[in-house]
Design a protein around this ligand. Sequence first.
Ligand code: NAP
Length: 520
Amino acid sequence: MKTLASFLCGSWQPGHGDATILVNPATEAPLAQVHAEGYDLAGAVAFARRDGAAALAALTFAQRGELLAAFAKAIADAREELITLAIANGGNTRGDAKFDIDGASGTLSYYADLAKMLGNTHFLPDYAPVQVGRTARLVGQHVYATKPGVAVLINAFNFPAWGLAEKAATALLAGMPIIGKPATATCLVTHRVVELAAPVLPAGVLQLLCGSARSLPDLLDGRDVLAFTGSSDTAATLRSHAAVTTRGLRLCAEADSVNAAVLAPDVEVGGETWGLFLADVARDMTQKTGQKCTAIRRVLVPHDRLREVCDALGERLAAVVVGDPAHEGVRMGPVATKTQQRDVLTGIARLAESTQPVFGEAGAVTPQHVPAGKGYFVGAVLRVAPRAADCAAMHANEVFGPVATVAGYDGEAHEAAALVGRGGGSLVTSMYSDDRAWVRGYVQHGAAHNGRLYMGSEKMAAQSPGPGTALPQLLHGGPGRAGGGQELGGLRGLTTYMQCVALQGDATVIKALLEGEGAV
Ligand code: NAP
């Protein structure tokens, strides 16, 4: 069986010791193996801090952008091959796989374009200079400067290409070399992406660890960044690590999120906004088999719309063909792992204690084109609770699969915002309304519970990608339970990998520095 090696210290290291077998989650056929141990992690960290950092420091933003463009091209040129791998190892439909692979190349290309705009400079200005002396000669200017260490990028299993690319785009443009660490179960795609991209990047700039990262934080300190996406439990473990608590390692965590969709009382059944709302909820429940951090888990609707919403969503879910995504016509594949399947079924059981069934049942699914008894399948499950205010379980549990709960509220924007807040901090909330006063009320009361607010309405419906798509232009990351991290968001995303410094001095010297003259 193929062993997926790690790309560390400039060579491919196969590792040794216990092996995890990567499988096709639709058929359980083995695909490759990964060893947990036997990698020179100390060497990799030193190689990045020395060779990788020096290579990037010698380049301006614009030149780093050329590297990102080459990285994006390496992925785009192998698009079909990567889609095939994602279908096999991730349980992705072709559409799911494109979302991941095109999202990866698209995000890198977006940052390559931003780099052109930054030009031949090294520092990112933070607002305009301010006069701090008697005359305008003496000014203060905040700038962002590259952090001197390595950026370790740990990702979850659901986006093996985009997960690496969205972090890599900002880290590399900021000037930090990276060590990517994908979730082991689905790392086939990431492994291939690095095989393709490493030859177009300078030595030490891009390394890959397929294997355990549990001892990696021991090697990190205040020079470095650890950008993590995954469960709240792992985020909590990393947050309490001595590298963070005593050595000043910067941790950017993206964790769980019980995202909500809120239907306002003005939305008419059968109208554009109604259609957008239903399409967004049904897509988010089934795209990537509900394994999207941004997927809608809670659906809040005015009490008098509960029945109509449940009926309409049930109808849409009934049309989704579940099975082996390698076959045409299948619209939803399995979840990624057996553990994931068990967790989703446990989550449904927890919701079932305080909700009623609308569509689907835990474990009741007959997947198409799959050998009997094989695969980690869970059909879509929609539950309903009469009052969102009385259903603690829907606000507390992130069921990371094709599962959502519809519940009633009284139609007031401030009540909806308070209910969404019971999720403890979300990546994204989508609201659906054509009533500007209602929208204003929601944003005033609810904005700070979220990283992003998606305002669904008649006027934007035709061009909306839906709330589940994280765009490179906009912030990805939410407060509280969602981890508190900040990724993407255009240039804002670079600041995770840079240090804010106040420069205080002669205005002309500072201006020249920012224009790139005399840059290091
Ligand atoms: P996970 O178990 O926390 O694993 C995530 C990553 O962390 C994997 O690469 C894993 O490696 C690694 N890891 C686990 N324990 C570690 C440790 N002690 N030290 C260093 N690395 C460690 O999460 P998951 O089950 O794969 O992912 C599902 C969760 O991710 C869901 O809760 C979902 O909400 C969240 N998620 C959030 C976002 C977001 O942007 N907010 C996006 C996607 C997913 P191994 O695979 O080798 O164990």
